[in-house]
Design a protein around this ligand. Structure first.
Ligand code: GTP
Ligand code: MG
Length: 181
């Protein structure tokens, strides 16, 4: 007889400004590919990642890749429905994309929460860290404070290009989501 499997189905949102690398992160994580060619997402795309999480547990991550331009649209309330976790992504080479992070956070917090009423766990991704010039990296510890002050569950420096920290960030979000169940 096989061991009974526990399955967790998690709807996860991936948001952040135009061109920060949301689609690239998902493509890297789910399909193990990377392209330097930029094609803006229109509306929303989907990807499914199935992971073994311990010997008897399977996690199915339904990733909602939401176009950066949707922050100015009125569809996000619909897209956010029933999500149990999120990544907010910014581009370390463009300050304006970091300045938009609180706006994405407010958009999420005002439109989605868990059935318990608690906010969904959100992880901040500082993407394109392969582009960070040496010396700029010393600024990143500030993100510890920023995340604590703004109610993020954590943050990671990521690179879709170099495949850095994407699996780690996903594991951190999964831990938080499972703890909420
Ligand atoms: P929208 O769909 O318009 O919201 O953009 P997006 O956030 O999905 O960005 P996308 O993944 O399409 O990436 C935008 C551009 O940044 C592409 O040219 C990618 O190749 C590039 N890019 C993404 N991730 C990285 C990274 O980690 N490092 C570098 N150097 N470039 C990256
Ligand atoms: Mg995209």
């Amino acid at each position: 007889m096989g061991t009974p499997l526990t399955e967790h189905l998690c709807k996860v949102l991936v948001v952040g400004d135009l061109g920060v690398g949301k689609t690239s992160i998902i493509q890297r994580y789910v399909h193990k590919v990377y392209s330097q060619h930029y094609r803006a997402t229109i509306g929303v795309d989907f990807a499914l990642k199935v992971l073994k999480w311990g010997p008897e547990t399977v996690v199915r991550l339904q990733l909602w890749d939401i176009a950066g331009q949707e922050r100015f649209g009125n569809m996000t309330r619909l897209y956010y429905r029933d999500a149990v976790g999120a990544f907010i992504v910014f581009d370390v080479t463009r300050a304006s994309t970091f300045e938009a992070v609180p706006r994405w956070k407010d958009d999420l917090d005002s439109k989605v929460s868990l059935h318990s009423g608690k906010p969904i766990p959100i992880i901040l991704l500082a993407n394109k860290c392969d582009q960070l010039l040496e010396g700029l990296g010393t600024d990143l510890p500030r993100l510890d404070h920023f995340c604590r002050d703004n109610g993020f569950s954590g943050w990671f420096e990521t690179s879709a290009k170099d495949n850095l920290n994407i699996e780690e960030a996903a594991s951190c979000l999964i831990k938080n989501m499972i703890a909420n169940e």
